[in-house]
Design a protein around this ligand. Structure first.
Ligand SMILES: Cc1cc2nc3c(=O)[nH]c(=O)nc-3n(C[C@H](O)[C@H](O)[C@H](O)COP(=O)(O)OP(=O)(O)OC[C@H]3O[C@@H](n4cnc5c(N)ncnc54)[C@H](O)[C@@H]3O)c2cc1C
Length: 565
């Protein structure tokens, strides 16, 4: 076999994180010989989770990172995950610099599994109101799909990933294929009941989480077991208790015998065949040898996470596409958006002093968006969901010596119930929020640096104000006192939900991808990570990327079989 033939596959998937893992699983299961290219190192399930069984006292710095590491990584250090137990899964600032035209904290995980090892595992479906948003409220462009198109694919991925949740019967947050939910604390339940008495459209539910509260045969077949509520998921879970590519989709794809996983493979660009007017493969730098090589396939799935997908496509230039693959309308890199996580509130409750929480919970409660759902009711567009939690303050005394000291530090004093809420606001994609390449500044692999120019706007400020006002009213109607607000003024990015730049739409003049996540102008290239998102809604987005990836893979294989690709 000649060497080009050896490097030829049916499909190439760029990136092995949440969305790439799903593309790989679906394509391999459907019989395609699939090459998964991952820029980072390999991380094997269980054996490459070095901290997963460590006790707090076994960490050299008791869980914190030394000051010099924190100082050397101001961006990564702003993320709560950048601690001694999981820092090895987070990109360090100096390793992969980018240009901040405006402040943007870009949090990344470059390894097999991507950020699926680190994520917080909230998995709420979008509703029809989310997909209808841009068309109804006249921003961005209309989505080319609606809830009914994606609903069966949500079910498909939920069953395999394993999602804990209640069937709450809400039109704003459709139910899915759920395992038993995590329990809400008594104050969360109390708030839920009080709230709905006064506001029939405001609901508090147990957040839907990608955890195996009761593994089903399909999960056991993946080699995964019950979640033990350890709440140290970011280290990698030896039980496979939460969904990650490493525990779930990648081993599943591997056992088909169809997947070749190539870590340390930095995709530089997609190769466009001018004669056949289609993509024919990818150019890759081997991260260890720095050798440039090419791989070929009939279809390419781009799943490098939203901004890196933009980077790769913008860097894929040819005579036909001088401004980036599929970028005929010049919109690639524009209309990027994120979630506004700046605002929090807190309060106290004096009741339920005879009760407390028991054990740990890897989730929280959740309030789906209630603002501007059925009609426009405020002076800002769209709205916010919230994460909500209530637990008793705990403290202990370190007074005394010997037995007294031991007794004091092991005896918890329970204080008041503390209630908190975090706003998760939808931001409006705009042409002025954009990504571009700086071809004068190259990284060690010869890739142009990514320039990020993204900021909040007046809509975001008004939304924060409304969240503070509404939270105060809702909390006080439940008898919570000592209400406090806080606006972190953090730069965009720490939500880690960056989206857009290669948006889906009906019209090739105003969008890059069609309803099947195919580039309008280069049909054998599919984008199914956050880059494809036309708008952002309020829900944590990864479940939607998974469903879109599975749906597009199914379509791609059918098109290949019908010789249309
Ligand atoms: C702390 C934290 C909490 C989060 N909480 C949630 C949550 O609760 N719910 C939720 O929905 N989302 C959450 N997220 C976001 C979630 O992790 C991402 O949405 C998700 O991982 C995106 O999937 P992806 O496949 O697009 O990207 P990733 O999972 O990041 O995978 C992309 C992969 O592509 C690789 N890659 C990049 N460039 C190249 C290249 N040039 N060549 C080859 N490979 C490349 C990367 O190394 C990476 O492995 C959280 C993220 C973090 C970090």
């Amino acid at each position: 076999m000649n060497s080009a033939k050896k490097r030829t596959y049916d499909a190439i998937v760029i990136g092995s994180g949440i969305s790439g893992g799903w593309a790989a699983k679906e394509l391999c299961e459907k019989g395609l010989k699939t090459l998964v290219l991952e820029r980072g190192r390999d991380v094997k399930h269980i054996e490459d989770y070095p901290t997963t069984l460590m006790n707090p006292w076994e960490f050299e710095h008791r869980g914190e990172l030394p000051l010099e590491v924190q100082k050397a990584n101001p961006i990564a250090n702003r993320c709560y995950i950048f601690k001694e137990d999981a820092a090895h899964f987070v990109v360090k600032d100096a390793e992969h610099p980018y240009i901040q035209d405006k402040p943007f904290d870009w949090i990344r995980g470059y390894q097999v599994g991507g950020k699926s090892l680190l994520w917080a595992r909230h998995t709420q479906r979008w509703s029809k109101y989310d997909f209808e948003g841009p068309a109804r409220d006249n921003f961005a462009v209309a989505w080319p799909i609606g809830y009914d198109d994606i609903a069966p694919w949500y079910s498909h991925v939920e069953k395999f990933a394993g999602i804990a949740g209640n069937r709450d019967g809400l039109d704003t947050l459709p139910d899915g294929e759920f395992l038993p939910p995590f329990e809400m604390s008594c104050v969360e339940t109390y708030f839920k009941e009080k709230l709905v008495e006064k506001y029939p459209n405001r609901h508090v539910i147990s957040a839907r989480m990608a955890h195996l509260t009761k593994p089903q045969p399909i999960h056991l077949e993946q080699g995964r077991g019950k979640c033990m509520n350890r709440t140290i998921c970011q280290r990698g879970c030896p039980f496979g208790g939460y969904f990650s590519s490493n525990a779930s989709t990648l081993p599943w794809a591997a056992q088909t015998g169809k997947m070749t996983l190539r870590p340390n493979s930095v995709v530089h660009s997609i190769i466009f065949d001018e004669k056949k007017q289609r993509a024919k493969g990818v150019r890759v730098f081997d991260a260890e040898t720095k050798e440039m090589m090419e791989f070929y396939a009939r279809i390419v799935f781009v799943n490098a996470a939203a901004f890196n997908t933009n980077l790769i496509l913008l860097n894929s230039t040819s005579n036909r596409f001088p401004n980036g693959l599929g970028n005929d309308n010049g919109l690639m890199g524009k209309y990027v958006a994120f979630h506004n996580y700046r605002a929090r509130v807190s309060a106290e409750y004096d009741g339920f002093m005879d009760r407390t929480t028991d054990g740990k919970r890897p989730g929280s409660s959740y309030m789906p968006r209630f603002r501007n759902v059925y009609q426009q009711e405020t002076d800002f567009l769209r709205g916010y969901a919230t994460v909500l939690w209530a637990e008793r303050e705990q403290s202990f005394s370190s007074d005394g010596l010997g037995v007294d000291l031991k007794t004091n530090i092991t005896t918890k004093q329970l204080g008041n119930w503390k209630v908190g809420m975090l706003m998760m606001g939808e931001t409006i994609p705009k042409a002025s929020n954009y990504l571009a390449l700086d071809k004068q500044q190259l990284d060690p692999f010869g890739m142009p640096k990514l320039k990020i120019s993204i900021d909040y706007d007046d809509n975001d400020e008004k939304m924060i104000k409304d969240f503070f006002e509404q939270s105060e009213t809702m909390f006080s109607s439940a008898g919570f006192r000592n209400f406090k607000t806080s606006d972190s003024h953090q730069a965009p990015g720490l939500d880690i939900h960056e989206m857009g730049g290669v948006r889906m739409g009906k019209d090739p003049k105003t969008s890059l991808l069609n309803a099947w996540n195919q580039l309008h102008a280069c049909k054998n290239v599919f984008v199914t990570d956050g880059a494809c998102m036309t708008s952002t809604s309020t829900q944590n987005p990864s479940l939607t990327y998974m469903a879109l990836a599975a749906r597009a893979a199914d379509f791609a294989v059918k098109e290949l079989k019908a010789m249309r690709l």
